[in-house]
Design a protein around this ligand. Structure first.
Ligand SMILES: C[C@H](O)[C@](C)(O)C(=O)O
Ligand SMILES: [Zn+2]
Length: 258
């Protein structure tokens, strides 16, 4: 009958509502506590990664510089060695978020961190939000620091770093830049302004960024509108006087002053 045999197919697409990330920064302890010498936390990295896949901090005893990328944790130690560390290690201070870029911006001709922070600020619509920045980048110059594991009785972080900070300089290193921004109103809770760490693609170079330079990169920008602080439930934290830390001390510890 010449009836055309039409093949009709229906495809049922289940529209997966893009899970709106919680948009939260989780941190354990506060920068004032860390600055005061609270170097032993009671949270493991396995617990931290339940709260985020992208972050930075240190390990118990202030044993090196910690960076988290894709829920993997890397320690860059005072000998300049980078290792991926296991989730049963504990941390006295860490920040993490489930990174989700809201936008990406091209940044060019950066000669130092001062120029970088100025360019990042241009991209930030609300400087009273927190922010996370993720930037695959080929650095033409990188200066980082780390510090050795501390022994009790613990000293103030500013004294530890003044005497024991180890600095490293590199040229032409490709890797992932991990950055956070904290508004100044939260300066006793987290590092006010910018805090940058780095992990090279070959996982051999990294640490706390003191200075850098690069020609061009695309920075992914994640504005964060909630933050959660988990307070250590250690005896030392309970007995600590966290009011003595000066803002200038934190600025001095976190920046490059050479
Ligand atoms: C102590 C360490 O350098 C840390 C947490 O990365 C920082 O305070 O910058
Ligand atoms: Zn740091």
């Amino acid at each position: 009958d010449g009836q055309k045999n039409e093949q009709v197919t229906y495809s049922v697409g289940i529209v997966q509502e893009k899970s709106k990330k919680e948009n939260k920064l989780f941190q354990y302890s506060t920068i004032n506590a860390l600055m005061s010498g609270q170097y032993d936390g009671d949270i493991t990295l396995d617990e931290v990664k339940k709260h985020g896949d992208f972050g930075l901090g240190t390990l118990n005893g202030a044993d090196g510089e910690l960076t988290e990328i894709d829920s993997k944790f890397y320690r860059f130690d005072s000998k300049g060695k980078m290792t991926q560390v296991k989730g049963d290690l504990k941390t006295p201070f860490v920040v993490t978020t489930n990174f989700q870029a809201e936008k990406t911006a091209k940044i060019t001709n950066v000669a130092n961190t001062t120029e970088l922070t100025a360019k990042l600020l241009e991209q930030m619509d609300n400087k009273n939000n927190f922010y996370a920045f993720k930037m695959p980048v080929k650095l033409t110059y990188l200066k980082t620091r780390s510090e050795p594991k501390q022994e009790r009785p613990y000293r103030l972080l500013k004294d530890v770093l003044a005497e024991q900070q180890v600095e490293f300089e590199y040229k032409n290193v490709s890797g992932t830049f991990v950055g956070f921004y904290t508004p100044n109103y939260a300066a006793t809770i987290n590092v006010p302004g910018f805090h940058f760490h780095f992990v090279s693609d070959d996982k051999t170079i990294g640490g706390h960024i003191l200075n850098l330079a690069f020609d061009e990169a695309n920075v992914q920008i994640d504005p964060i509108t909630q933050f959660e602080v988990q307070l250590p439930q250690t005896k030392e934290f309970a007995e600590a006087d966290l009011t003595k830390i000066q803002l200038q001390d934190i600025i001095d510890v976190e920046g490059d002053h050479k």
